[in-house]
Design a protein around this ligand. Structure first.
Ligand SMILES: Cc1ncc(COP(=O)(O)O)c(C=O)c1O
Length: 445
């Protein structure tokens, strides 16, 4: 979070001139783009609404300059080609190559998944109408939990309404004030929020650095939990698990992994990065979401029966919230079955990843250090990232611009998600168009 607490400053009207390609006429970026959400976090005064007005003033300036690229309404399923409404012009932009959805295996819209959803809707209706511990659990929920435990090779599994609530509920359900939690510095917001809610002492170790984890765990005498992710969602890299496990053992710390982006994709049977690195049984808590590779919604934890029993009683984000819709659960059961029965989906995904890396490299597009299906395209220009994002959309590519505070300052990028469903033509057209836009800004090497 920004350390600039003196906020509420009205956004300046000065405009930043942007260099364009030779001869090309480019719009200017308002100087207000130098501000971001963090400038409106703290404000003086006793009125809880004190920040609304300056925020609104700032937002009205930056929205047309690119902040509108959030929440563009899709008109279609999250396939490899999508139609979206450009909320600035009102136009429907059709047939964009989609690199923005998490649908890594293309399962969300498979006919078998849609059929399972329709059948469940006929039996159960739209929602669960209750907490999972009261009236919200259907037979489908029980079956999905058992199937997830079986898939992960664990004694038991428990479902959550989202991956976010799985992290919050598990971390705050298990850890207490006076305990220590140490997470990777790039941990997802849901991990950070779980740490805050637990009231345990929270520390962060340098990204993927087991030696720093060792330092952060040193000198603490009490309950310790270490949290890492399978694939880091902004960088597409993976943790060195063997080294991290060694440090955890040395300090008697439990290890939790969030395989949100890696489950169903990594490993010989698709369990995730822990399986891929041969340490599946040395990780204590396996957490993930159904919203990425399975193309649905929800979260899960898999592990020993006594852990799952405890979480059932102490995960407030789960039992004080409505259970997943049975319609969603039915789709997830079918998606899980397809992911397990069709390993060729993973093979195709990895072929697509390699092909896209090759295409981008040939085009001179600057990529981050990813080894996965999440490929960051580095722009490192916080002022212009949205302007470039707008051009990507107009060129025919749907890809999300990411800037501070979601990533560090001057580390803005496009976050590209590859899917098994992308065709060779999708990949080629996408790479060419991305390179064309970046080239206009002098960003291709
Ligand atoms: C690492 C990680 N954990 C948890 C979540 C939250 O998952 P969900 O969208 O299912 O709430 C995300 C979402 O992007 C994530 O990247």
């Amino acid at each position: 979070m920004s350390d600039n607490k003196n906020v509420g400053a009205p956004a300046p009207v000065r405009r930043i001139e942007v260099d364009g390609a030779e001869g090309a006429e480019r719009p200017t970026v308002p100087a207000a783009m130098e501000y971001d959400y963090t400038n409106f976090y703290f404000g003086a005064g006793s009125d809880a609404f004190a920040l609304l007005e300056p925020f609104e003033e700032w937002y009205s300036q930056v929205k047309p300059a690119g902040y509108y690229l959030y929440e563009l309404p899709l008109q279609t399923q999250p396939g490899t080609r999508v139609d979206i409404r450009d909320t600035k012009t009102g136009e429907i932009r059709r047939g964009l190559v989609n690199f923005a959805s998490y649908n890594y295996l293309g399962l969300s819209y498979r006919p078998e998944v849609k059929q399972a959803i329709k059948e469940a809707a006929d039996i159960f209706g739209g929602g669960s109408s209750g907490s999972p511990i009261l009236s919200g659990t259907t037979e489908l929920h029980k079956l999905l939990a058992e199937e997830m435990a079986d898939f992960k090779g664990k004694e038991a599994a428990i479902l959550f309404p989202t991956g976010y609530s799985a992290n919050v509920g598990t971390i705050a359900g298990l850890m207490r004030s006076g305990d220590l939690i140490v997470a990777d510095q790039f941990a997802h917001a849901s991990i950070v929020d779980g740490m805050i809610l637990s009231k345990a002492k929270s520390r962060f170790f340098r990204h993927n650095r087991a030696d720093d984890l060792d330092r952060k765990l040193s000198g603490f005498d009490g309950k310790k939990l270490v949290i890492v992710e399978g694939v880091y969602s902004m960088d597409g890299d993976v943790p060195p698990l063997a080294e991290i496990i060694e440090v955890c053992r040395k300090h008697g710390a439990r290890l939790m992994i969030d395989e949100a982006h890696s489950a169903f994709v990594f490993g010989p049977t698709g369990k995730g990065v822990a399986e891929d690195q041969g340490v599946e049984d040395e990780v204590d808590i396996h957490l993930g979401t159904f919203s990425k590779s399975l193309g649905g919604q929800g979260g899960y934890v898999a592990g020993p029966q006594n852990l799952i029993n405890y979480l059932r009683g102490f995960s407030r984000s789960r039992f004080f919230s409505c259970a997943l819709s049975p319609v969603v659960v039915a789709g997830l059961r079918k998606a899980l079955e397809l992911a397990r029965n069709e390993p060729e989906l993973r093979t195709r995904l990895w072929e697509n990843v390699r092909r896209m890396q090759e295409l981008l490299t040939n085009e001179g597009v600057p990529q981050g250090e990813s080894i996965s299906h999440v490929i960051p395209i580095m722009v490192r220009d916080d002022a212009r990232i949205f302007m470039i994002g707008e051009e990507m959309m107009r060129e025919g590519v749907f890809i999300n611009p990411v800037r501070y505070p979601a990533v560090g300052k001057h580390k803005s990028r496009f976050r590209m998600s590859i899917s098994a469903a992308h065709t060779p033509e999708d990949l080629e057209e996408g790479a060419t168009k991305i390179a064309r836009v970046l080239g206009r800004y002098g960003l291709c090497q």
